[in-house]
Design a protein around this ligand. Sequence first.
Ligand code: TYM
Length: 314
Amino acid sequence: MKKVLLSGIKPTGDMHLGNYFGAIKQFIDMQDSYESYIFIADLHALTTVRDREELRKNIFTIAATYMACGLDPKKVTLFQQSAIGGELCELTWMFNCLTTVPYLERAVAYKDAIANGKEATVGLFDYPILMASDILMQNPDVVPVGSDQKQHIEYARDTAEKFNRIWSEQFKMPEPLILESTGIVPGIDGRKMSKSYGNTIPLFASDAEIEKAVMSIVTDSSGDIPTNVYAIHKLFKSEAELAPLYETNKGKYKASKDALANDIKAFVAPMRARYIELCANPSLVEDVLSAGAKVVKVRAEQKMVAVRKSVGLL
Ligand code: TYM
């Protein structure tokens, strides 16, 4: 019996290198050894995306990105979160009834969003509990994510513990899987790569866009090695491979950036070609999502029967 893996990405815009190295690459590396459930967190995206066409496009983009990067639908169940929206919302309600307001007020992502002027909707506030439902619904052993999701997984663990203690043992304790080397992929300004900071290198950009993003990596002129360029370069090559290159290019930032741009372009080219192919044949992606929806629907229905019995609804 393989261990179970679950993770998801919110369809709020184009994927960047942070999503790839922090999350997607782990899903691919583990797809042979885990029974994997990978999804598109479209219900979570409703906290920010309010345009119908944009959401449709973003959902497709994430699904096609998963497949283009190498997730194999024969090995992995790929699905849209909303395919089990009813069950997830029911479980979220049960969890909400166990969750206190001060506990949720400690969520760092919520506090940051409010500090950045976002509207304090109930959905934004309750985001970690819907995420706890995503996770606990599938009883995963591991949840591979970037460091920014660590607290959310702690919320899921606390919620599982509370439910199991108050009602009956229904949920396994999920373990976060965060790689030290890629838990926080830096952006072009050295801060965590994030769409909200406008510091990303998009995964499937054109060569010209990749070059432009790399050329705008912030460098400071105090050292021989441009720290921010090197930190991103380490994602593509080992330190041993990079050492002679940065030795030759000492003090020549433009040459190091050219080398990095070339490595990124060579790395993404085959995935980008597959992505373009999938965009031209959307039914290849849609069929995978429909098949995935059926699988998770059955699992969610079964799980909810046990959960309803546990709380006394059945
Ligand atoms: P999201 O869509 O913001 O990010 C998707 C994944 O990419 C990782 N990531 C990064 N990792 C390293 N460095 C970076 N700069 C970087 N930027 C993004 C994130 O850590 C994440 O793993 N709440 C989740 C979606 C979600 C989910 C879940 C995940 C909903 N339910 C259940 C796991 C399990 C989110 O918004 O991720």
